[in-house]
Structure formats: structure tokens, C-alpha cells
Design a protein around this ligand. Structure first.
Ligand code: MOS
Length: 740
């Protein structure tokens, strides 16, 4: 099925109280909490693996003068030491998957320079410490703010780097109310719980990877290019993933190195990144500098919007953070500019992380809107309502659905927004207290996916696709969709995923997983329904599938009778014209209340609420969990997450979870997420929209705005830490003294 038309009435609409939407517990939950779900590093299918350990570069720029691996090779248990001098030949880089150990050039700290393989993990690690690498080090280019003169227009990734409409300069110059501000967001680390891990084993001229990867089909293609193999010779198996957050969208160096070493020693090779290596060997989210200019009339109606963003990555990679993309569709204005520029630095490779683009773009833009509201003395919700566009302001097509205003209004009601006071005017003991809000929007993509379903003689429906579940709930929602379509209880649906030997699927990323995989499954189940009806010679009109049977007219037949020795069907979804004809986003509004200690500057989140729309909600529990998880990311982005660069060495100083802070339970008091009813018939046959990343979009900005409301201090450099608050207090005191 290609999404070329809006979807009419479907079996899912007939049963709003059916399995789809129910807060079903995770179907694989028991396996996980009892430790029986095999994660990549624990896969026991492969006999006698050897263990690998990566030796990362300890300089960020320069060349390898020599590698002395003698001691490592002679160390107990060592099987192999790979360096640029003996690494097998490789092909071309593809989709940020780089050939490994190529030549002597070092481009970033953490770039693998050797790979040690030994009988045990301990042997491999000990031998890795004995590898002596001598470098000719150069001074690294390490800070974005010092390198803006070298910024260039990057190649489009999924969208052009720039957009332009009308005459921004003239409109901005003429606007009676203006804002021109710069926001800074720091480098961040995905910090998923399970590190990157792979067991690679060759089987004839092909290789099998047990790995932790969000998009196995994409990884298969990229590795095919790097290994100079047809993609089908690379099999990726990734049934359980302990979090990805974008870090596992692409194959990272540990997998490539395991494959290369396994080929040399003709034995499975097993490797995981250490937590410290996660920061440099694997990808991260780049820092950004964003300049936002807004021109409005005295009522707050925008005439000019400009959003420019600078980001950086390792030389030769080309990934840029699409911070300003969402600004292209969010608010009305006749004259608009968005622009992305990239700087090549000697930093580790930057890539997608937790709502790439939108997450950091809205950290900046939603605060700029708050600043404009403050300047105009207009309520921030009212300001957004006044700039609500009738259609997509740049694409000039209608929105498929857009309930931003209802989300803001309902959120205001539930949160008690009417009790919000003027900035700096609410004090409770030592705490200055304030409320803030922000809008949330995230692109709703649909990706090609395919699936096979088979109803066996045992009455169990088996679903197979190369889809993944990085902890989001994919197993569960697919179980619900199949169960609902065929009238089977969840126990009679078995979802098998994460294997490139299964039909091609989108994988999990960009908030497209549930819609893409789920739609393919919907189509397959619809096809299976037709096949079952045909097998029983039943009239399809008004046929209903319930309790393991189908009823048509006055006949009811058990599905097992119709399926005989088994009945199979396939399904496929592809994006189509609906993507061009409608602007598709999920929306929401965040509300936060914070307290700031007047003496120490300590910031405490007191409560937080998100109100969202994402089309049909496939599982009320996993959807809410996703949203709250995203909001938690937002709290981290606002208050603590910061991978600090040491400019002398261009590495992240705080490269472990003791020093790189993410929110813990004590940081998160009352936090809730609710969804407003919605069906999007332009999105996909499920009428659902992407939710995975919606929760983070704008979330941190609501805290930043609440901090401003509490204190009257606007900090434009994330994260908002107490030192920045203290500086703000000092400035306020200075101003107060000057006034007296
Ligand atoms: Mo997401 S950053 O596309 O996993």
C-alpha cells in the first residue's frame, strides 16, 4: 500500500474499545525483568567467541608515527592485534559507517587505532593497555564558537540546509517589535543503558552480527559498502536493544572491527564499548549556536522569522544538526529565513540523538517566543495562538491535523496556568517559583516497511519483520494491531523481529517506527483476513473477526479451521502523495513549574505536564511512557546534560555517567503526560502519528521559561546550572544598586 489517499473507515475505527489503544503491559516485559531476553553481548548461539578491545586514539588531530604492538601480541591470551598495518581491505564509508583503521591520520580523540582480540575480555583489555602508539600531534580544532569563520553550507541530509520566503531583512527592519537573540546548546551524549555491543561470526562468504542496532536493514547496506559485500551477505540480528536514543541508528566502529577481526581469525569475535568509550568512539549530539530574530507588530503578530544554526562534526563526515527545520512550519509569518551551517572540527562524529533537530531547535526557538511574549506583555500561549498558521507557512499545503492550540489550552487548564504570576513575583520561603510553557512539534514520517504473517494450525499468528524494539514498545503495539485485526488475544500473537533475514522494515528512529512497521502489519493482516474469508467461502461484507473466529452473515468459523495447515499473507507500506500534499507533524504543549533557591541558585523542577496529540494512540501505557521519557530528556537538556570539551585535547572531560549527569528519580517529581483524541487519516492506515521523540521537543524550553518566570533571569546557554543563576542574581543586584 502506498499512502496516496486519505484512509477511509477501517476495522480499527469499528472497535474503539478494542485491543489497539489499550494500556497493555509489554509483551516481552517478563523476559526482560527476569533477565532472559538475550541482549547482543549475551547471545549464546555462537560457539567459542574471542573477545575484542578497542584502542582509541589519545590525540584529536595528527598522525600515528608508529604502533608498537609487540608486547600486546606476546601477552597471555592474545590472538590478534589489528592496526592500520594489517587490517583487511575495506570499501567506502556509507551513512556515517566508516571503514576502520585506515592509514595514519587521526581526526578525533577516540578514533580506533588498534583492535586487540584475545581469549577472554580481561586478556584483551590487558593486552590493549600494552599497545604503544606514538603520535605526531597537531593542535586540534575543538570549539564551535572559535571556528565560525570556517562554517560552510552542508550537503542536504533529508532536507535542504536553507529555506527562504519573502524578504526577511526588509520586514525585520520595519517591524515595530524586534527580538535578536543567540542561544547555545552543548554537546550531549545519548547515554542509552546498553552500550554498543556486537558478536560477529563469518559463515562462508557472509557474516552474521548479533548486535544492538535500531535500523538493521540500513546497517546491512552500510556494512555491505564498507566490507565490499552484497548487503544480503551481511545478516544483522538485533532482537533486544537496551535503549538507542539514536546512538544505534548506525553501525558503530565496534561492529566493523569485530567483523574484520573475525574474518582474520575465523572465529566469532565479541566486543562491547566501555562506558567511557561510548563518549568518543561512538557518536554524540553536536553542540549548536542558534541565532533567532523575530519581527512582530505591537499585538505580537509575526512578520519576520529568522532561525540560523551552527553545528560541528568530525572532518569528512558531513552530519549537521537540523535545529531550524521545525521553524519552517511552526508559526505564521510572511517573511522567513532558516539556515544551517556546519564546521569541521577534530571532534568525535556527531549524529542523530533524541529528536535530532527539533529537540535543540525548540530549546532555542520556544524560549525566543517566551522572550517576545515578555517584551510585548502578552501571555505566551496567546502569542502562539496569534501566530497559528492556516496552512504550512513554507510548504503552502494544509496540515494533516494540527491541534497545537487545543494542546496548549487543555494544558493551561490542567496545570492551573491562570495562577501564573509576573516574572520574579512569587516567593515561597527561600524559593523563587515560576511557571513556563512551550509548544512541541515533531515531524511525522512514514518509512517503507514490509512484513509476513502466518496463522498456524495451532491458532498462533506469527509476525515476522526486520523491525526493532529499542525499549519503546514495538513488540507490544504490533501484538495489539495483529490481535485486533484478526480477533485474536495477545497470547495468540507472536512477534519476531530484529533479523535482516525477515522482511525489510523501517527499524526504529525518527519517530517513524510504530507508524511504518504497524502500517505494514495492518496491511498484511487485512490481506490475511481476505485470505481466510476466501478459504471459508465467506462474504467479506460486514465480516467480523472476534475471539479466534470470523462471523459473516449467519456463519461463524474458527480461524484454525479456515487456516488448515497454515495460511500466510504479506503486507507492505510506502510513503506516497500524502507526504507532499499535507504537512504532517505531531504536536503538544509542555508546562513546567520550578523553584530557584535565592541564595544558592539551585533549580528544582516541582511539577511538569505535557499535553500531546499523535493521531491514534496504539497503547496508552507505552505512549505515555514514551512521552514522559521524552520530557525527562528535556529536563536533562535544560538542567544538566553537558559533555564538556577540553579545548586543548578536543575531548569530553566528563566521559562517564558519574560526571555526565542525566535526571534521576529525585530530579523528577510530579510529571504527567496526556493525549488528546485524534485520528490522522492522511498519515497512515492506523491513523497514528509518531510519538517517540515528541515528548522531548520543546520540553526543556518550558523549564527555561519557568526559570525566567521565577527569577526574571534569562539564561541563553544550556544547561541552566546554578552558577549561571548566581551570575544572574549578581547582575540583578548590580542593576538594583545602580537604580538606587
Ligand atoms: Mo532517533 S535520534 O532517530 O533514534
Amino acid at each position: 500500500m502506498e499512502m496516496n489517499q486519505p484512509i477511509g473507515r477501517t476495522p480499527l475505527d469499528d472497535r474503539p474499545d478494542g485491543l489497539v489503544g489499550k494500556p497493555l503491559n509489554r509483551v516481552e516485559g517478563k523476559l526482560k525483568v527476569t533477565g532472559r531476553a538475550p541482549y547482543a553481548y549475551e547471545t549464546r548461539a555462537l560457539e567459542n567467541p574471542a573477545y575484542g578491545f578497542i584502542v582509541p586514539a589519545t590525540i584529536a588531530s595528527g598522525t600515528i608515527r608508529s604502533i608498537d604492538a609487540e608486547a600486546a601480541r606476546k601477552a597471555p591470551g592474545t590472538i590478534l592485534v589489528l592496526t592500520h598495518e594489517n587490517v583487511p581491505e575495506q570499501g567506502e564509508k556509507k551513512e556515517q559507517v566508516w571503514p576502520q583503521l585506515q592509514g595514519t591520520e587521526v581526526r578525533f580523540y577516540g578514533q580506533p587505532v588498534a583492535f586487540v582480540v584475545a581469549e577472554t575480555f580481561e586478556h584483551a583489555r590487558a593486552a590493549a593497555m600494552l599497545v604503544k602508539v606514538r603520535y605526531d600531534a597537531a593542535k586540534p580544532k575543538g570549539l564551535l564558537k572559535d571556528s565560525l569563520a570556517a562554517a560552510y553550507e552542508p550537503k542536504p541530509v533529508n532536507s535542504p540546509p536553507d529555506s527562504k520566503l519573502g524578504d526577511f531583512d526588509a520586514a525585520f527592519a520595519a517591524a515595530p517589535v524586534k527580538l535578536d537573540v543567540e542561544y547555545v546548546t552543548p554537546n550531549q551524549i545519548h547515554a542509552q543503558m546498553e552500550p554498543h555491543a556486537t558478536i560477529a561470526a563469518w559463515d562462508g562468504d557472509g557474516v552474521v552480527l548479533h548486535t544492538s542496532n535500531q535500523m538493521p536493514n540500513r546497517g546491512q547496506k552500510a556494512l555491505g559498502s564498507v566490507l565490499k559485500l552484497p548487503p544480503e551477505k551481511v545478516r544483522i540480528v538485533s532482537p533486544y536493544i537496551g535503549g538507542g536514543f539514536g546512538a544505534k541508528l548506525q553501525v558503530q566502529p565496534e561492529a566493523t572491527l569485530a567483523i574484520l577481526a573475525s574474518k582474520v581469525i575465523q572465529r566469532p569475535v565479541k566486543v562491547a564499548l566501555t562506558r567511557q568509550q561510548e563518549f568518543h568512539v561512538a557518536t554524540h549530539r553536536t553542540d549548536t549556536i542558534q541565532r533567532i530574530r523575530l519581527g512582530a507588530d505591537t499585538e505580537g503578530r509575526l512578520s519576520a522569522i529568522s532561525h540560523e544554526s551552527w553545528s560541528d562534526t568530525a572532518e569528512g563526515d558531513g552530519f549537521f544538526e537540523t535545529s531550524a527545520n521545525v521553524t519552517r512550519s511552526l508559526y505564521a509569518a510572511q517573511n522567513r529565513v532558516t539556515r544551517h551551517r556546519l564546521v569541521n572540527l577534530n571532534m568525535p562524529i556527531a549524529s542523530s540523538m533524541r529528536a535530532p533537530g527539533e529537540a535543540v531547535g525548540q530549546l532555542a526557538f520556544e524560549c525566543a517566543m517566551d522572550e517576545l511574549a515578555e517584551q510585548l506583555k502578552v501571555d505566551p500561549i496567546e502569542l502562539r495562538v496569534r501566530n497559528e498558521p492556516a496552512e504550512d507557512p513554507e510548504k503552502k499545503v494544509p496540515f494533516s491535523t494540527r491541534q497545537l492550540v487545543p494542546c496548549m489550552r487543555e494544558g493551561a487548564r490542567l496545570f492551573g496556568w491562570d495562577k501564573r504570576q509576573a516574572a520574579g513575583s512569587r516567593r515561597e520561603g527561600n524559593w523563587l517559583v515560576g511557571m513556563g510553557m512551550s509548544a512541541a512539534a515533531r515531524l511525522n514520517p512514514l518509512m517503507p516497511s514490509a512484513v509476513k504473517v502466518r496463522l498456524g494450525p495451532d491458532g498462533v499468528l506469527v509476525v515476522r519483520m526486520a523491525m526493532t524494539d529499542p525499549g519503546t514498545g514495538t513488540y507490544t503495539i504490533l501484538t495489539q494491531i495483529a490481535g485486533e485485526m484478526l480477533g485474536l488475544p495477545p497470547e495468540r500473537v507472536r512477534v519476531e523481529m530484529g533479523d535482516t533475514d525477515f522482511p525489510f522494515a523501517s527499524g526504529s528512529g525518527g519517530s517513524f517506527g510504530a507508524a511504518s512497521a504497524g502500517s505494514a502489519l495492518y496491511v498484511a493482516c487485512d490481506n490475511l483476513r481476505q485470505a481466510l474469508l476466501k478459504a471459508g467461502d465467506l462474504n467479506p461484507d460486514g465480516a467480523t473477526f472476534r475471539d479466534g473466529a470470523v462471523t459473516s452473515g449467519n456463519r461463524t468459523e474458527a480461524l484454525t479451521d479456515l487456516a488448515g495447515s497454515g495460511l500466510e499473507a504479506a503486507g507492505e507500506i510506502k510513503p506516497g502523495e500524502m507526504k507532499q500534499k499535507f504537512s504532517q507533524y505531531s504536536y503538544g504543549a509542555h508546562f513546567a513549574e520550578v523553584g530557584v533557591d535565592v541564595d544558592t541558585g539551585e533549580i528544582r523542577l516541582r511539577r511538569m505536564l505535557g499535553v500531546f496529540t499523535g493521531g491514534r494512540i496504539l497503547n496508552a501505557k507505552t505512549a505515555r511512557s514514551q512521552a514522559i521519557g521524552g520530557m525527562t530528556f528535556g529536563v536533562g537538556a535544560a538542567l544538566m546534560e553537558d559533555a564538556v570539551v577540553d579545548p586543548r585535547y578536543s575531548y569530553f572531560v566528563n566521559h562517564d555517567m558519574a560526571e555526565y549527569h542525566v535526571p534521576v528519580h529525585a530530579d523528577l517529581p510530579e510529571i504527567d503526560a496526556v493525549f488528546l483524541p485524534e485520528l490522522d487519516d492522511k498519515a497512515n492506515p492506523l491513523k497514528s502519528k509518531g510519538l517517540g521523540e515528541l515528548g522531548i521537543c520543546g520540553a526543556g524550553a518550558s523549564l527555561a521559561n519557568a526559570i525566567y518566570n521565577a527569577t526574571g533571569i534569562r539564561v541563553r546557554e544550556y544547561p541552566l546550572t546554578l552558577d549561571k543563576m548566581l551570575k544572574g542574581f549578581e547582575e540583578q543586584e548590580g542593576q538594583a544598586q545602580r537604580r538606587t
